[in-house]
Design a protein around this ligand. Structure first.
Ligand SMILES: Nc1nc2c(ncn2[C@@H]2O[C@H](COP(=O)(O)OP(=O)(O)OP(=O)(O)O)[C@@H](O)[C@H]2O)c(=O)[nH]1
Length: 399
């Protein structure tokens, strides 16, 4: 009910009115006093004006009748007004109850048809649920009564452990400033399936001052999968699965900035398959693809976990070697060159393809102060390796 509405005014009036006993007492007192005053005054007036006894008796009789008529009318008006007032209050109560029932029904339908689950919980370490909507079964696999009051399992135990501190912080902040929070995290369902959910909630206080958190939780696994797919598409080379050119450049820029900030060594290898065109021309493009994948796998499997291998274009690869100086990088390049030389790729038709690679080696800061200078130095070194007869690793010249 809106404050200031007519219904509100009526209820306030009812609350502010005196008690029924006091009101009835007042009415009776007014009636008795009026009667006494009327009888005394009217008797005196008539007695002083009329001397004839018969006329006096007649006037007394009509005076009594008049008194009953007037008080009867007043009584009728008072009771009529009161009953009308009561009836208005009763119908107001009835309308309010009806509106309340309608709203409850609306709310229940809404909650039960939400795509996820609505909840009310205590902000304790178990996220003890005091209410969950019917969508709980679809979302978590648990029935409402299994989750409410942690009867079978606590909601906190379903949440991915790594996300718990972040969620606790978001909720704490929301409770502190009476605001809302939204978080994304992984949740383990009753059947063991791991799903991604998005939760939005806010802190509320009930009439007795107890704090709760209320909100909704939606399944966003499809969106997450799409996001991850898009991320792979944006950062990976679709043929080899290595980082693509853009992502390789981003990682190199990051590593170069770090090396520059902390004055740490960093090396870059620029590798190119020798006479790759011949492979394509001899065995076909699909065979060329297979060779590219084989070389990619070999490079990826032959470096440290901190190193990054990317496909920079056609048959060109880069290897980013953090915390590595020029000499060590040359040894790595030599090792990779030998491994590729030893590798034989067997094509689907049974034919075998042998290959070699040429590698340019550049180190930060000796061969380049910036990412661009480092790339250019490694690329030039690779071309010198080609000129020197291929199948070799060549160190870049100092800048
Ligand atoms: N199969 C296949 N071939 C590719 C791909 N990308 C580029 N190429 C081919 O790679 C070949 C590169 O040839 P070139 O740049 O002449 O180099 P090369 O034959 O390796 O000779 P050198 O580098 O001088 O040793 C071209 O024929 C391109 O068509 C790819 O994704 N798959």
């Amino acid at each position: 009910m809106e404050p200031g509405s007519p219904e509100d005014w009526q209820l306030r009036q009812l609350r502010d009115n005196h008690s029924p006993m006091r009101r009835a007492g007042w009415v009776t007192l007014v009636y008795v006093l009026t009667g006494v005053v009327w009888i005394v005054l009217s008797d005196r007036l008539i007695g002083s004006l009329v001397a004839n006894v018969e006329l006096l008796v007649l006037l007394q009789t009509w005076k009594g009748v008049l008194f009953f008529l007037v008080t009867g009318l007043v009584l009728f008006y008072v009771i009529y007004r009161q009953l009308n007032h009561d009836r208005a209050l009763l119908s107001l109560q009835y309308e309010q109850r009806r509106a309340l029932r309608f709203r409850e029904r609306q709310l229940t339908v809404l909650m039960n048809n939400l795509p996820g689950m609505a909840y009310r919980c205590h902000p304790d370490e178990h996220w003890t649920m005091s209410f969950v909507s019917a969508g709980c079964a679809d979302l978590t696999g648990y029935q409402s009564d299994e989750l409410v009051n942690n009867r079978s399992v606590s909601f906190a135990s379903l949440i991915d452990e790594a996300s718990q501190p972040e969620i606790a912080l978001a909720v704490e902040k929301a409770v502190d400033r009476d605001g809302a929070f939204s978080v994304e995290y992984a949740l383990t369902r009753k059947d063991g399936e791991r799903i991604w959910v998005w939760e939005r909630g806010c802190s509320v206080e009930d009439e007795s001052g107890v704090r709760f958190v209320e909100g909704i939780i939606l399944d966003i696994s499809d969106r997450k999968a799409l996001e991850q797919e898009l991320e792979v598409l944006a950062t990976r080379d679709s043929l080899t699965g290595l980082l693509n050119r853009r992502e390789s450049a981003r990682v190199l820029a990051e590593e170069q900035a770090r090396a520059s900030r902390y004055r740490r060594p960093l090396a870059l290898l620029w590798a190119d398959i020798d006479h790759f065109k011949r492979i394509n021309d001899t065995w076909g493009h699909a065979a060329g693809d297979q060779v590219l994948c084989a070389v990619s796998d070999l490079l990826r499997d032959s470096v440290r976990s901190v190193d990054t291998v990317g496909r920079f274009g056609g048959e060109e690869f880069i290897v980013i070697l953090p915390e590595m100086g020029a000499e060590e990088a040359r040894e790595v390049a030599e090792r990779l060159r030998e491994q590729v030389g030893r590798q034989v790729v067997t094509l689907p038709g049974g034919e075998t393809v042998s290959l070699t690679i040429s590698i340019g080696v550049a180190a930060f800061p000796d061969h380049g102060q910036t990412q661009e200078e480092l790339c250019a130095a490694a690329d030039k070194a690779m071309y010198r390796a080609k000129k020197q007869g291929r199948n070799c690793a060549v160190m870049a010249q100092a800048s």
